[in-house]
Design a protein around this ligand. Structure first.
Ligand code: SF4
Ligand code: SF4
Length: 443
């Protein structure tokens, strides 16, 4: 049965919807005692997970029970914040209905980053995932809400063709919307009434960890959790578009070694050997990546707390860490984890960042709401990237001129690699297969 489930998840092209897009069949091939449903929705402004927990709870629970069966987990815990009242009521009712199947609810406090896998496992299970490790190392699998929704569909042989996402910020009608995979960003913004300012930037994802899109040629992927339209000069945008090398030099010059970045670092608070203020000392040297302290950058989750909340000098340990990490990873550097010796900081709870304070600090209060679900949008054309996941890009299995239905396989996993299948987000004619992208147009 386990292999059948894994095969169906693989066939449907399910990937981790909340992060970098790890193919879900890889995660399902594990043996654990607990599956945690990551409904923390901890990035400010992103609301699609609370929506799914409220409106599609039975489908999410069906996916959860499938993953529990596949991994042998006896417990399945729906983890979400109490502030999402409707989602919480729906989750509690579902847990009561399925209590005999091991379902529970864990109410999270409203802080950032409650959805970081290491933090979530510690909060809910009291277990500490080793440095650079994954929850599997402590007997747990963490799965995003939409991944479970997609796993439920996969059991009905329905592939991933759409994505629920939040569109908010400077748009006429902020909303949660169901968009076809590959829908052009511009079409999604238009569906939300279009931008209401002329000089704007679009952030793909949340304000803390999302990235600024370089243009509107981008399209919705399986990991697009939100599109934030912000003024180009908004601090959330300007902090993301600076050249990392320039940022490193500024950080090295301006850092006053106050150590607030370390004091509030969520990974340091879990006991990990990550001290961003010490890393900033190394950042000033020419061969910064070869300093012995530099290896600590491998432990950085790039959550952005140091950059966007802690630092009084408004510099970015996160960017410096990312730069060092990139260099070290290319060199094949590894980290010897101290595993179970880790002890969380005695003031960890007190030092968590309340989301409301973070939203104020980010100057995002005017966009902070609970946008309603606006339904499913249609797209006359989709541009579907063959890489929407960690691993190798998928191989195109269609050619220009082919007619496909929505859900048809268009990208296959290359033999012997880790990848995810890709399916048509709409029905129509394949008009281009180029540059890692398949373009389909409605006929
Ligand atoms: S981004 Fe900053 S706060 Fe977050 S884990 Fe890295 S060093 Fe710590
Ligand atoms: S918080 Fe900013 S100024 Fe203080 S040590 Fe960290 S990087 Fe330097």
């Amino acid at each position: 049965m386990k292999q059948q489930i894994i095969e169906k998840i693989r066939n449907a092209g399910v990937v981790g919807a909340g992060g970098a897009g790890l193919p879900a069949h890889v995660k399902a091939d594990a043996a654990v005692d607990t599956v945690l449903v990551n409904g923390a929705s901890c990035e400010p402004l992103l609301m699609s997970d609370p929506y799914l927990l409220e409106a599609e709870i039975e489908t999410v629970v069906s996916g959860l029970r499938t993953l529990m069966e596949c991994t042998g987990a006896a417990r399945g815990i729906l983890c979400l914040k109490g502030k999402h009242g409707a989602a919480m009521r729906s989750a509690r009712a579902a847990a009561a209905r399925h209590a005999a199947n091991g379902l529970e609810v864990a109410e999270l406090e409203d802080f950032y980053p409650a959805g970081d896998e290491h933090v979530l496992v510690h909060e809910v299970l009291g277990r500490t995932v080793p440095e650079r490790g994954i929850p599997l190392r402590v007997g747990a699998v963490v799965s995003n809400v939409e991944s479970l929704y997609n796993i439920a569909l996969a059991m009905r042989d329905e592939p991933v063709t759409d994505r629920y996402l939040t569109v908010t910020g400077e748009v006429r009608r902020p909303m949660v919307v169901k968009a076809p995979i590959g829908a052009p960003v511009r079409d999604v913004l238009d569906f939300a009434g279009g931008p209401v300012i002329a000089d704007y930037a679009v952030v793909d994802g949340g304000p803390m960890m999302g990235r600024v899109l370089s243009g509107e040629a981008h399209s919705v992927t399986k990991t697009t959790s939100g599109l934030l339209v912000l003024p180009k000069d908004h601090a959330v945008v300007t902090g993301k578009v600076m050249d990392p090398e320039r940022l490193r030099r500024i950080t090295a010059t301006v850092c006053c070694q106050c150590s607030q970045c370390t004091d509030l670092c969520p990974r340091n608070l879990l006991g990990h050997s990550l001290h961003p203020h010490k890393l900033m000392r190394a950042a000033g040297t020419a061969d910064f990546a070869s300093a012995s302290i530099a290896r600590e950058a491998l432990l950085c989750s790039e959550c952005g707390v140091c950059e966007k909340f802690a630092c009084p000098m408004k510099v970015s340990p996160r960017e410096v860490n990312a730069l060092i990490k990139k260099t070290l990873t290319a060199e094949g550097a590894t980290w010897e984890s101290r595993g179970n010796e880790l002890a969380a900081h005695m003031f960890r709870k007190e030092r968590r960042i309340p989301t409301a304070r973070l939203v104020r600090r980010l100057n995002l209060e005017r966009y902070d709401g609970h946008p309603a679900f606006a339904g499913a949008m249609e797209a006359p054309l989709v541009r579907i990237p063959l890489r929407q996941h960690i691993g190798a890009p998928s191989l195109p299995v269609v050619a220009v001129g082919d007619i496909v239905r929505k859900g048809c396989l268009v990208g296959e996993i290359p033999q012997g690699t880790m990848a995810a299948r890709v399916h048509a987000g709409i029905g129509g004619e394949v008009v281009s297969v180029a540059d890692g992208m398949i373009t389909i147009k409605v006929r």
